[in-house]
Design a protein around this ligand. Structure first.
Ligand SMILES: Cc1cc2nc3c(=O)[nH]c(=O)nc-3n(C[C@H](O)[C@H](O)[C@H](O)COP(=O)(O)OP(=O)(O)OC[C@H]3O[C@@H](n4cnc5c(N)ncnc54)[C@H](O)[C@@H]3O)c2cc1C
Ligand code: HEM
Length: 396
């Protein structure tokens, strides 16, 4: 909880900080990487700095956290914090780096806002920073403690590579050492760490595209981003037998246990990896819930994980798929826009979204209109989460 001294100062200065925070975060990262270039070697994504999404995610999260403290003095924005904590732990972020971020963030605030940062203002924002940092450190400690013996990265051998589509490959991985692996759940992701073409170590996250039958396997499905640094390397450089560094699985979106309510997976493009993992696991459990899988794409030839998804749908007693394929000419699909009410999504459905931000926003709005409760709408962002921290968007 914010102290009585800091509360009015935060109330008075939040609009100024919020208005300038997107100027502050690039200055912060510039200072931090100048002092600690090693943090770009294997921890932070160079691309997310250059395309601006990570500074935007950090800025949004701090402004949203401070707003939350003012509006809900007795609670914390648990989901916002948990999403960050899972991302941090997947990148092996350690508690002893929080003072580093603090030092450079506050130097950036002073540089951008100048004399407006009086000692009272600095002290109040310091308090906000450490409330957030302490909450994250505590969550991250719990996540690290919940792992088997695979904290950080462990070596995994590529056992099989399957070409899914012209731009998507599935990698089946097996442990390349004897450290005990943490089991993964559908909806979770791992970080994979590799060197770029110019030799910089970089990590990227990939959802488990089939929840493993045992901890002896991880399956990830990777779409090549022509403008990207790591996915093209994974497509062109990796071969069966190669060993790569992989983190344990993290991420919030585990399936709810059977409460008799329907499940709907609404995805677009490579977001289908999340549906694929869930259906894999539901099929294995012979789940009898009502399940709807809606997927939007160009055509069947661009849909990754098509066969495993179709097989699971056939095997599950109450599951159906609806394909929205704008350029497909064959049968068994639709070309109109997804309309969740028409597809039979009901207010009690657990909804899972994964796809481009605009697609997820539209689907969330439709689900809310139907009467689905906000806490029953889950989503995965395949990049720094710039959605949840934005004003008016989903935090709990
Ligand atoms: C939780 C999570 C789960 C994910 N699951 C999957 C999954 O299952 N399958 C999957 O394929 N992907 C998944 N992703 C996305 C994946 O992590 C990568 O973001 C994606 O593969 C692109 O990585 P990349 O290294 O090829 O591209 P990056 O190097 O990260 O580049 C991304 C974009 O940044 C821009 N960019 C890059 N360099 C520059 C530059 N120098 N200047 C300006 N802009 C630049 C380009 O527009 C590029 O398209 C997931 C992401 C998250 C966070
Ligand atoms: C209170 C302090 C901090 C806050 C508020 C914060 C906030 C965030 C947010 C909002 C994200 C994006 C999450 C997402 O993608 O969904 C993120 C990612 C990340 N954070 Fe933090 N963070 C903090 C401290 C740290 C520290 C101490 C480190 C380690 C040096 C760190 C390293 C990272 C990395 C490497 C990423 C992924 C960035 C990328 O994709 O390049 N963070 N953080």
């Amino acid at each position: 909880m914010l102290s009585a001294t800091s509360r009015p100062v935060i109330e008075a200065t939040l609009p100024v900080i919020a208005a300038h925070i997107e100027d502050i975060t690039p200055v912060f990262y510039g200072k931090m990487f100048a002092a600690r270039p090693d943090l770009l070697e294997g921890t932070f994504s160079r691309a997310n700095q250059k395309n601006g999404t990570q500074p935007q995610a950090l800025a949004g999260s701090i402004a949203r956290f401070a707003t939350w403290l003012l509006e809900n003095p007795d609670t914390m924005p648990e989901e916002l914090l948990a999403r960050i904590a899972h991302k941090h732990t997947s990148l092996n972020v350690r508690a002893d780096e929080y003072p580093t971020v603090h030092e450079h963030l506050f130097a950036a605030i002073v540089e951008v806002l100048g004399d407006a940062v009086t000692p009272e203002v600095a002290a109040a924002w310091d308090e906000v920073y450490w409330l957030m940092a302490d909450a994250l450190i505590k969550m991250e400690k719990g996540l690290y403690e919940g792992l088997s013996a695979d904290v950080g990265y462990t070596p995994w051998r590529i056992a099989e590579i399957t070409e899914e589509t012209e731009s998507v490959k599935t990698f089946r991985l097996e442990p390349a050492d004897d450290s005990v692996a943490t089991p993964g759940r559908p909806g979770q992701y791992v970080s994979v760490r590799l060197t770029t073409e110019d030799g910089l170590l970089q990590a990227r996250q990939f959802s488990l595209s089939c929840s493993p039958e045992s901890t002896e396997k991880r399956v990830i499905t990777v779409k090549r981003d022509q403008d990207g640094e790591i996915s093209p390397v994974m497509h062109s450089r990796l071969a069966v037998g190669d060993v790569i560094e992989v983190s344990p699985p993290f991420g919030l979106n585990a399936l709810p246990s059977d409460d008799g309510r329907p499940l709907a997976f609404i995805t677009a493009g490579i977001g289908i990896t999340v549906t694929s993992a869930a259906l894999c696991s539901l099929k294995r459990a012979e789940d009898s819930r009502s399940i709807l899988a809606v997927h939007a794409d160009k055509s069947f030839s661009t849909v990754a994980r098509l066969e495993p998804v179709k097989q699971a749908i056939e095997a599950l007693p109450n599951a159906r798929a609806e394909w929205f394929l704008r350029e497909e000419t064959g049968a068994d699909h639709r070309t109109d826009k997804v309309n969740l009410a028409e597809l039979g999504v009901t207010p009690e459905t657990h909804v899972f979204l994964c796809g481009p931000m605009a697609f997820m926003q539209a689907m969330r709005e439709q689900a809310l209109e139907i009467g689905v409760a906000p806490q029953d709408i889950h989503y995965d962002a395949f990049g720094p989460d710039i959605w949840m921290p934005a004003p008016g968007n989903p935090v709990q």
